[in-house]
Design a protein around this ligand. Structure first.
Ligand code: NDP
Length: 447
């Protein structure tokens, strides 16, 4: 088996040199899915995985914009339209200085499997730019978003490709992107998700990724008759996903003791309660400050510059910042401190070495493509509401989100349970996602 996987990966590597994140994401899927393909005649010999790793389309374009001082800047814009076998392309936009083809291809590839797991009819895509929103004025952000959309608009549409937010793209950016699309197309459609509530957005969409990550962990814990009640939780990041993962964990009776950003880790031994979280939300979303400023309001907390949260003792870890933010050493430290459950809010935050450690210790470990699928699932619900010109209530959307996360958990258990009863959620998520997309590709022929 190893030889078949290695030969496959050699071919993928030869075509995608200098794309480490993409190759990391493909390797994980190949390890889980190739043995399944070999065992199942309907998929064997059809080169389905080889077709899946090749994007249907890669768009790369110049984005020129003018800053407040009148200086002209040039950034690079991308959209990776990875797979449309089960529905129109769907996936977020990331604005971060680290963005490149490898990162967006890994995200688009993950998105294909994630979207399939939601059971909603959405293909996979991802896009963004190496634009760095930090320190930019609102006007500069608007001009950049408008410049970005002035090219992207010709490649997307409500039945073609529906972007959303990701790192650096929140409510403010979605508004500017949607406004420009509407102006250029002269039509009001559900072309982007994460919209404001008064102009087509869905209740619970901002909360959905973080809440979903907690709901998924809740389902995992339930298999061992455990819950969030009384547990200590470490969360990384302090953006959209981290904030709402924290909110839901607190609501379920847990004590969240960390948050972080790229400058370091905040540790609050008393726990971040609802009032403190409201302070964080205002700090990060309105004032666009740094998480270290928490100390000015709550001096009993401490800030560890340049450190990640994983040395802090916890029962449950939720990495919600970015890819490869939790490595093998971090995993060993978490395990040493008694961590029993890791639910990924970010995409691919755990390195392969970290996942190996979690599996070896047989703790509950959920890969982001399963545990953070609540965001895109609720985007799918936003699309449905836009098509129906209708609004579900907060309770209705939350119930649907909980049902979807429970269903994703169930299908992971179905495909991921090892002979000894341990659930390998990585294997389960990859095979379940693969089966759905592969069946559609087989039905549609070689296109
Ligand atoms: P935000 O931009 O709202 O927040 C990102 C957070 O992560 C910030 O606290 C940021 O800190 C931190 N961060 C970003 N890059 C790094 C880095 N290189 N090192 C350390 N910290 C970093 O993004 P989201 O919360 O929306 O996204 C977080 C993760 O969740 C991403 O992996 C994203 O792909 C994933 N995700 C998001 C979904 C969504 O609905 N938003 C859906 C599914 C997955 P700083 O301010 O210092 O940069």
């Amino acid at each position: 088996m190893k030889k078949i996987i290695d030969e496959f990966m050699d071919l993928v590597k030869s075509r995608n040199t200098n794309e480490p994140e993409f190759l990391q994401a493909v390797q994980e899927v190949a390890d889980a899915v190739i043995p399944y393909i070999v065992d199942h005649d309907i998929y064997f010999g059809k080169n389905i995985l080889l077709r899946m790793v090749e994007p249907e389309r890669v768009l790369m374009f110049r984005v020129s914009w003018v800053d407040d001082a009148g200086e002209i800047h040039v950034n690079r814009g991308f959209r990776i339209q990875m797979n449309s076998a089960i529905g129109p392309y769907k996936g977020g936009l990331r604005f971060h200085k680290s963005v490149n083809l490898s990162i967006l291809k890994f995200l688009a590839f993950e998105q294909v499997f994630k979207n399939a797991l939601t059971t909603l009819p959405m293909g996979g895509a991802k896009g963004g730019s190496d634009f760095d929103p930090k320190g930019k004025s609102d006007d500069e952000i608007m001009r950049f978003c408008h410049a970005f959309m002035s090219e992207l608009f010709r490649h997307i549409g409500p039945n073609k490709d529906i972007p959303a937010g990701d790192i650096g793209v929140g409510a403010r950016e979605i508004g500017f992107l949607f406004g420009k699309y509407k102006k250029l197309r002269n039509e009001f459609t559900g072309v982007i998700t994460g919209k404001g509530l008064t102009w087509g957005g869905s209740l619970i969409r901002p909360e959905a990724t973080g809440y979903g990550t907690v709901y998924f962990a809740e389902n995992m814990l339930k298999t061992q008759n455990k819950s969030f009640e009384g547990k200590t939780v470490c969360v990384s990041g302090s953006g959209n996903v981290a904030q709402f993962a924290t909110e839901k964990a607190i609501q379920l009776g847990a004590k969240v003791v960390t948050l972080s950003d790229s400058s370091g880790t905040l540790f609050d031994p008393d726990g971040i309660d609802a009032a403190k979280l409201a302070f964080v939300m205002e700090l990060k979303n309105e004032k666009r400050g740094r998480i270290s400023e928490y100390l000015e309001e709550y001096p009993r907390a401490s800030f560890q510059k340049g450190k990640r949260p994983w040395a802090v003792a916890c029962d449950i870890a939720m990495p919600c910042a970015t890819q490869n933010e939790l490595d093998g050493e971090d995993a060993k430290q978490l395990l040493k401190n008694g961590c029993i459950c890791v639910s990924e809010g970010a995409n691919m935050p755990s390195t392969p070495e970290a996942i190996h450690e979690f599996h070896k210790a047989k703790i509950l470990f959920a890969p982001g493509k399963a545990s953070n699928a609540g965001g895109v699932a609720t985007s799918g619900l936003e699309m449905t509401q836009n098509s129906l010109r209708f609004h579900w209530s907060r309770i209705e959307v939350d119930e649907k989100l909980q049902e979807i996360m429970a269903d994703i958990h169930e299908v992971c258990v179905q495909y991921g349970t090892d002979k000894d009863g341990y659930v390998d959620y990585v294997k389960g998520a990859n095979i379940a996602g693969f089966v759905k997309v592969a069946d559609a590709m087989l039905a549609q022929g070689v296109v």
